[in-house]
Structure formats: structure tokens, C-alpha cells
Design a protein around this ligand. Sequence first.
Ligand code: ACO
Length: 372
Amino acid sequence: MESGEYRPGLDGVVAAETRISYLDVDHEEIVVRGYNLLDLIARKTYVDVLGLLLRKRLPDEGERRALEDELQAAEVPPAVWEILAKLPASMHAMDRLRTAVSALAGFDPEADRPDPAQEEAKGVRIVAQVATVVANLARVAQGREPVRGEPGLGFAANFLYMITGRRPDAAEARAFDQALVAYSEHEMPNSTFTARVIASTLSDVYGALTGAVASLKGPLHGGANEAVAHMLLAAGDEDGLERLIREKLAQGERIMGFGHRVYMRKFDPRALMLKETLGRLVEAKGDPEARLWLAMCQRGEDVMRAEKGLFPNLDYYAAPIYYALGIPIELYTPIFFAARTAGLVAHIVEQHAENRLFRPRVRYLGPRGLKV
Ligand code: ACO
């Protein structure tokens, strides 16, 4: 790229060197610290991948147990629950989450030190705190007490248990765990870029994460998964969805859950993987509504491929999984953030360890020489 060249949306611009992850579109591989993310989704748990992202290698059995204990021991300060309880219930769940992530800084005496070593050390605690906050967002907004995790349940099962208030069966816990891994890390999306830009001023990990929540809220990014659920609810059945998509396209609207800056005209490999996860969940549960959502998703996929040559992204197949698991729709995007916190902290640590301030230039289109 020539110096001074303008690329709208920074399309194709390399903004960082990283050892964390890389989207190798040509080889259909999402590399995460050397592993293929699809293998991690198929064979590992979120806790394994958390260890990989934050401690830089897959944990052995003992290390995994130690990570589970660390996650279980993390507490959300009572004042954070009090702050959340005072926010208007009408406030978007991502805005409540943003406030909570920011407030967590107040209870970390080390919050102001942008020191990679101690940020890496406390990353696991932050992931656990964010998950506990996310799981309880709806409950606390209704004036109820937050639910704590149960000892003996693994992290993913516990996260789901705190959301629904019901112990998940093995198929449900596995599907949720796989979705968490699928969301854990994905190179340089807008939210990760936002976090790294904030971190590059040597601002702290909580500030960088708070900015990332705001970025992830938008429907062009993480907000797409809840938009997909609302679209499927409005459609009702397969014919309804086909009609709705055709109407929206005719009006020049975007269909949420389709397209991706990097994959654009290809299937997001994570979406393919979660489509299989959804299929297994539907079989295990035998729930007619979950089966209908799978059929609707297939119809939507066929219509979009034929009409626009566009393929689903991760959010498209995460939405029906969360719906089948009985998760309130307002929590879909916050769950995305909770899962991504691992990847975000890894990026913030890396930015602080090898920092250079982000400070790009502009192409000026305004007037000059005006007299005051
Ligand atoms: N529905 C309809 N048309 C679309 C869609 C879509 N979902 N996505 C892209 N297009 C079309 C655009 O209209 C445009 O067409 P044109 O060239 O005829 O004008 C073309 O494809 C290229 O689109 P851009 O907006 O230039 O692509 P960009 O890389 O900027 O956008 C984005 C990527 C934002 C993800 C886009 O595909 C989109 O809006 N998708 C829907 C929102 C969504 O699902 N977001 C989740 C992203 S993945 C994630 O966060 C996990």
C-alpha cells in the first residue's frame, strides 16, 4: 500500500503484528496460537482455549482444573451489582454490561497499571467476572438477586446454569461450550481493533474492554446475533422467512447474519461448525421449535446464496443455538462479549507488551483559508 493511500473502513489494511490469531481465508483456516479454531471447537473446551489465549499454551489436566478453580473463585463486587440494579431496565443489555465492565476497574487496586504481566495474570478473573455479570444482566434488571455458579459444574455449564437457572444436560452444556469457543477469538474485528487502539495510549485493560463492549453492540458486528433471532421470530416459519428476506432485499436492507468483511463471499467456517452443533442439539432435544428454527435457517441460507451470493457468518447459527437453549435474546450479544473477553485481554496484553500509539492520518475534504 502506498503511503497516504486511503482505504475506506481500513479494508485490507494490516494494523498490527500478532502471535494470537490469523484468518487464512485461502486455506479456510482460523489460526489461534498455532491451532485451527475448528479443531479447538470440536475437541477442546472454552477453559482450554482460555488457557491457550491467556497463558499461551493448551493446559494439561491439572492446569485445566486450576483454571476452573480460578474461574470459580472470582467474585463480582457487591457494588457492581448495586450499580447494575440502579440502571433503567429499558437500557440495552450491552449498555448495562458496558457500565459494569467499566465499574469493575474501581475494585481492582491495580487497574491503572497497563502492565502486561499483571494483566495476563488477572485475565482469567476478568473473564469469570464478565461471564457472571452477563449471566445475571436480565435477572438484576428485574430487581432479582444474582445467581452464583455451582461448585462442580464446569465453566460453560455454570455460565448456562446462571443464565437459565436450570442445570443444563450434557448436550446443552456441550453446545453452549462450543459456541463459546467459536466466539473466543477472531483476529482483528472492530471490537478488538477498538480495544487495541485504546490500549495503545497506555490506557488500562478495563477501559479497553469498555470500548470493545460499545463496538460489539452494533448490529454490523456482535449485535447481529440478536437481530437474527428477532428476524426468525418475526418470520414464524420457512415461507415467512423467505418472504421477509425478499422484502428486505427489495428495500435495499441488509440481512443480519450474512456477509463478513474478511470472508464476504465464503461461508464463515465457524458458522458451518455451529450449524452442525445446532443439528446435534436439535436431535438431542427433539424440540419441534428448535427443529423449525434449523429449517428456517437453512431456507434463509439458500435464499441469500441464490439472491446475493452471500453466506452466513457466526452470528446466524449462534442465534438458533441460544434460542434452543432457552437463553433470553437480550443476552445473545453480551454472551458474545463474555466469550470474546479472553481474546480481547490477550490482544490488550500484546498491545501493552509491544506498544506503538495508533495515530493514523486523514484525507482532508473540508474548506481552507476561511477568515474568522
Ligand atoms: N445483506 C445484504 N447485502 C449485504 C450484506 C447483507 N448482510 N452484507 C453485505 N452486503 C452487500 C452490500 O450491500 C454490498 O453490496 P453492493 O456492493 O452492491 O453495494 C456488498 O455486499 C459489500 O458490502 P460492504 O458493506 O461493502 O461490506 P463490508 O465488508 O463493509 O461489511 C458486514 C461487512 C458489515 C459484516 C456486512 O456484511 C453486513 O452488514 N452484514 C450484516 C451484519 C452482520 O451479520 N454482522 C455480523 C458480522 S460477523 C460478526 O460480527 C461475528
